[in-house]
Write a protein that binds this ligand. Structure first.
Ligand SMILES: [Zn+2]
Length: 298
């Protein structure tokens, strides 16, 4: 895996949504209203100067996006697994193709799949009667999505926020299964405070470990004491505060990261997805992050 030091990226979601009118028009015209929000997200990330962008994950939240499309799930307020999980056809591939078409060669593209453990923890299980079986079946079903996406995106990320809540002893099996056959760089995003599980995360077969360093500064002390081979996705702007940090503040965080990790082993991104921010603040955060990177480039 060869990305320049301090390559900038995003975790995934971006605050862009279709105009209400185009949602209404969808019934009449059949024109996908989310095409415009994907375009808005892609253009915003590119104009902020981000090297590896996403499609903005504007279509749905990270759970529903997959739960509504996999076979074996009945949608209730909490999705209910009622049968064998089945990947019927690619779920996010068309959105990635559209993002790629819009961006051309102006950036690289990251595909994102919600992780099997997070899916399992977010569904009611009326079929497998075992959390581990449920999660493993999600991993197998979502591996088909991973293989489909890996033909088109430059890097593939699995999102497992629930790993920081409860780390299963079969985590490694889940990650190996979902990434089976994937030949492009593999990233794992775990938000929350991963200080207590970082030692275990470095054992996983991934190329990039992506975490929140802005919100959880003690993590840097842990990382400094652990040997690891992965590149670190260094979350350096807050995704939970709707105020854009100025460049010097981000730059200071990046400097601390460089001093302890080394810039050759770092990518820069926000702590987590930006969905809950206003689009103005999201864009400003990305722009200031790119300025902070430029400060440390030479
Ligand atoms: Zn996150």
């Amino acid at each position: 895996m060869n990305f320049p030091p301090l390559t900038t990226t995003v975790v995934g979601s971006y605050p862009a949504s279709p105009e209400v009118q185009s949602l209404f028009n969808y019934c009449k015209t059949g024109q996908d209203p989310y095409a415009e929000s994907i375009k808005e997200a892609v253009e915003a990330q590119i104009s902020a100067g981000i090297d590896i962008i996403s499609d903005g994950q504007t279509r749905n939240d990270m759970i529903k996006l997959y739960a509504t499309k996999l076979g074996g799930i009945r949608m209730r307020q909490k999705p209910v697994v009622i049968g064998e999980l089945e990947h019927r056809k690619p779920i996010t591939l068309e959105d990635q193709k559209l993002a790629k078409e819009i961006m051309g060669d102006r950036a690289m593209l990251k595909g994102i799949i919600t992780g099997p453990f997070t899916m399992a923890m977010s569904c009611q299980d009326d079929y497998y009667s075992s959390q581990e079986k449920l999660a493993m079946n999600f991993a197998e079903a979502l591996n088909a999505e991973a293989r489909a996406l890996s033909g088109i995106v430059d890097i593939l990320q699995i999102d497992e926020p629930f790993f920081s809540v409860e780390y299963p002893d079969y985590a490694s099996d889940l990650i190996t299964t979902i990434f089976a056959g994937v030949k492009i760089p593999k990233a794992l995003h775990v938000c929350g405070d991963v200080s207590d599980i970082f030692q275990e995360l470095v054992e996983l077969n991934v190329d990039i470990l992506d975490h929140e360093f802005a919100a959880h500064s003690r993590l840097l002390n842990i990382v400094a004491d652990v040997d690891f081979s992965q590149t670190i996705g260094f979350g350096c702007v807050r995704s939970d505060i709707n105020i854009a940090e100025k460049e010097p503040e981000i730059s200071e965080r990046v400097k601390r990261g460089i001093d302890s990790i080394g810039k050759h082993k770092m990518m820069l991104d926000p702590d987590c997805g930006l969905r809950h921010l206003t689009s103005e603040v999201a864009k400003e955060k990305l722009q200031n992050m790119v300025k902070a990177r430029d400060n440390h480039e030479s």
